[in-house]
Design a protein around this ligand. Structure first.
Ligand code: 0O2
Length: 221
């Protein structure tokens, strides 16, 4: 390809990625509104933190070649669904489902797919709720339906998943049996912790969530 071709390709790639950045911004705003409204209405904040990422060009190219895709923007956007990713970390399991439900109900969000790795964890212990959603992005001359992958999880699930991710890279995806077993055991411990925390949370806040904890309560939430 000529230099001009390369310059044009780079401009097309930037524009291609920009739509996903806009998709992230749209969903981020929705989450922030829910978070602020929730704090206003209830006694606790269900969203601990939110992290967004655009797939890097390197991992996009690696995924394209792994899947043997035609390297056209159309083929890539049709087949790779996690170019735009948002991770929503909540305090409690009930919050994970509640935030997912609140987002799914919004009239401009289309849920394409749900993977509930909380009710059915992966064999290695991975737990999270994944939603694949489409959100409209209004540009100057067109409206795009952009796909964004949402990963919703608790703090305990997030702790486990980020450590597991690092360990996988450290061992280049070939985990020694002992490490694998320890990870599976720690996933079970994280799940137990979530159950206990949920129970404590229900005791303190009940279902209505409008009452603040009693003075002198042993559990500050
Ligand atoms: P990264 O670096 O986080 O982006 P897909 O690869 O999406 O076509 P799959 O397996 O059907 O295929 O997707 P799934 O199950 O929805 O998982 C996609 C993402 O969930 C992963 O993206 C991880 O972020 C996370 N995930 C899934 N399983 C695990 C796991 O066992 N451990 C950890 N730590 N994270 C997991 P990427 O692209 O693999 O990685």
């Amino acid at each position: 390809p000529s230099l001009d071709d390369l310059v044009q390709l780079r401009a097309e790639f930037s524009r291609f990625m920009l739509q996903y950045q806009f998709g992230i911004e749209e969903v981020k705003t929705k989450i922030e509104i829910l978070r602020l409204e929730f704090i206003h209405l209830h006694a606790h904040n269900p969203i601990e933190h939110v992290a967004a990422r655009l797939k890097s060009s390197e991992s996009l190219i690696a995924k394209v070649s792994r899947k043997g895709l035609d390297p056209s923007f159309e083929a890539i956007s049709a087949s790779i669904t996690d170019i735009a990713g948002l991770r929503i970390v909540c305090s409690f399991v009930s919050d994970v489902y509640r935030v997912a439900e609140m987002l799914s109900r919004q009239s401009d969000i289309t849920v394409l797919e749900t993977k509930d790795y909380i009710s059915a964890p992966k064999p290695n212990g991975y737990r999270s709720l994944h939603l694949l959603v489409q959100v409209p992005v209004f540009l100057s001359d067109e409206t795009l339906a952009v796909t964004v992958e949402l990963q919703l999880r608790t703090v305990a699930m997030d702790f486990w998943a980020s450590l597991e991710h690092k360990i996988h890279y450290k061992y280049d995806h070939h985990l020694p049996t002992e490490v694998r077993k320890d990870l599976e055991a720690s996933a079970r411990t994280a799940a137990e912790l979530d159950t206990i925390m949920e129970h404590l949370h229900q005791q303190v806040h009940g279902d209505g969530e409008s009452a603040p904890p009693r003075r002198g309560s042993a559990i500050p939430t």
